[in-house]
Design a protein around this ligand. Structure first.
Ligand code: HEM
Length: 241
């Protein structure tokens, strides 16, 4: 059982995830675009396109134009998620020693890693809870919500909840997780760290990865393939909204 879940399934998941992503993005790129229309206002230069892209991906510009509370929840959720994912890479990859590059002592670095992880995790959990309450709290939102909307929320709440549990109750060491992940990456798998919270966290992450290419979470990639980005400025036929 351990061999199946710790060694075999993660490789299958990653192959299905990558295959699903490639097929989904290719299917978008194959959709014919008979008229190179885009909506006014749109940038006329490459630099303008890049600036627009940053405003949209970091500042959530289109949400800012609408309901401000949704903009806040969305920004809180996405920015703290970015922090957490970067934190996972450095925290697990460098065992919490990443701040020694900035001159901190080994102990301070580990403390900073724990501190940033705790605050970013709490912010992520708060953002997720606010978005969940928004969805279930209003009859209109409930009416337009489907099973898929709830599924994504439940998976994310499970991942973030179990992550915070490990974080707050010091359940698992970075070393144990690093050894397991390096084993997978170098094709010399070792058993799971002996910790149920980690196994739960990791399994939910894999379920999320399996579902990702077919879910609305693909909007994160759709941003890169939206019309105002892929249609060259000089080829555009601008229409007024
Ligand atoms: C292969 C993927 C992942 C692995 C191996 C992993 C592993 C871990 C570990 C070991 C911890 C505990 C850290 C500690 O106690 O100091 C943790 C915490 C956490 N994880 Fe993950 N995780 C993964 C993916 C994710 C994803 C995709 C999310 C978000 C959607 C996430 C969200 C969190 C949160 C919010 C925490 C608590 C805050 C923190 O310690 O950074 N994790 N994760």
């Amino acid at each position: 059982m351990n061999i199946l879940f710790a060694w075999v399934i993660p490789y299958i998941v990653i192959l299905l995830f990558l295959g699903g992503m490639i097929l989904r993005i290719l299917s978008w790129l194959k959709i014919p675009v008979p008229f190179k229309l885009t909506v006014f206002p749109c940038p006329q230069t490459g630099a303008g396109v890049a600036a627009d892209f940053v405003k949209e991906s970091v500042g959530f510009r289109s949400l800012w134009r609408g309901e401000k509370s949704l903009w806040f929840m969305s920004a809180l959720f996405h920015l703290s998620l970015a922090f957490i994912l970067i934190g996972h890479f450095f925290g697990i990859g460098f065992l919490g020693q990443q701040f020694t590059w900035l001159g901190a002592s080994s102990e301070t670095s580990l403390n900073l890693s724990v501190l940033f992880g705790t605050y970013a995790g709490a912010a992520l959990l708060l953002g997720l809870l606010l978005l969940t309450i928004r969805r279930i709290g209003s009859p209109t939102m409930k009416f337009i919500s489907s099973f898929a909307d709830y599924l994504v929320l439940v998976l994310l709440l499970g991942i973030v909840g179990s992550g915070m549990y490990m974080r707050l109750f010091h359940e698992v060491t970075y070393e144990a997780v690093q050894t397991y992940l390096i084993g997978l990456l170098t094709f010399h798998p070792v058993p799971f760290p002996d910790n149920m919270a980690f196994i739960f966290h990791f399994t939910l992450v894999q379920l999320l990865l399996l579902y990702f290419p077919y879910s609305k979470l693909m909007h994160s990639c759709g941003l890169f393939i939206s019309r105002w980005l892929i249609v060259r400025p000089h080829e555009r036929q601008v229409i007024l909204k």
